[in-house]
Design a protein around this ligand. Sequence first.
Ligand SMILES: *Cc1c(COP(=O)(O)O)cnc(C)c1O
Length: 391
Amino acid sequence: MARIYLDHNATTPVDPEVLSAMLPFFAQTYGNASSIHTFGQQARAAVEQSREHVARLLGARAAEIVFTSGGTESDNLAILGVVRAVPSERKHVITTAIEHHAVLNTCQALEAEGVEVTYLPVSAAGVVDPAGVREALRPHTVLISVMMANNELGTIQPIEEIGRIAAEAEVWFHTDAVQAAGKVPIDVAHLGVDLLSISGHKIYAPKGVGALYVRSGTRLAPQAFGGHHERDRRPGTENVPGIIALGKAAELSLAKQATEPARLAALRDRFEKAILDRVPAARVNGAGAARVANTTNITFSFIEGESLVIALDLQAIACSTGAACSSGAIEPSHVLTAIGLAAPEARASLRFSLGRTTAAEDVDRAIAVVPAVVEHLRDLSPLYKKPVSTP
Ligand SMILES: *Cc1c(COP(=O)(O)O)cnc(C)c1O
């Protein structure tokens, strides 16, 4: 029985076209993109073409794209780079309670440096209120960082409105678009963002490569020191194969953007409806908001999410709790807690994220398997009272 992968928000397989595009850059066109000989020039030309492809996916100019080692580094470079470039003593950052840890923990590091940080709450549907952003502004606010699509819920945030507020207040605006890229159209000018992060392995390129869009004119202090790569914004010999892969992945994402989200939305909606029909007391989190097409997060009360992930894995279905597992203790997800779920409900929630590998038959099998596994685990739960069926 083939395994079914419903965890595309954790990572995606490398697209075969992406793989074949990057392979020559390991052992054939292996030059250092900074070398002046032909080996180097060939690598440089390919890197710059990739930059064009990434820029096109985001509606940016190639010179505004900085290649990084992934989403985490892009988030760190954006936030630390902008805040540390501001010379004033007192600084304030606005972010949200549902950001990825790459943003949250970076903001915490800034707090340790004396920077004030506001973590805005979100609605029960998992969306930040732009009015809350406006109210949180202070005279010394230097940066707003709000993600474009949440990785656990798929909820899409009102980036355009926040962009207008940031522009009016003359505050830098960063968005973590790692989970939005390839799923919704992105146009940095339209969104009004100054910085935007993407990650290769969430868009069918390999792990360990990403990019940061930096609007021209944005003051960014480098966060690592070395050579003059990436226009002095990110030193280190370019990861040429990874960059080529990211460029190809961006090109494919853009080409598929017109059809793939609609295909995934139909599959996701069918899955959600079937699960809600067949599993008593199941609830979809973030259902009241606009969401990316591939993600559903469902609470199966009375069950431990980790147990359900393992039980489904035994049935060859891969999904996730979305909660970070630290030192053996299962902390409830900060995102689910932020939308108002009590800890036991948060721990009873699973994320299913579909993708390019997902076929209709995969969804059919998940629909056939998940309700039975949930019922079995609930039968073992002392908290669960089986609904009495009326004859
Ligand atoms: C995966 C992810 C990241 C981190 O990206 P990496 O390339 O794995 O470092 C950051 N933000 C969001 C929303 C993500 O989903």
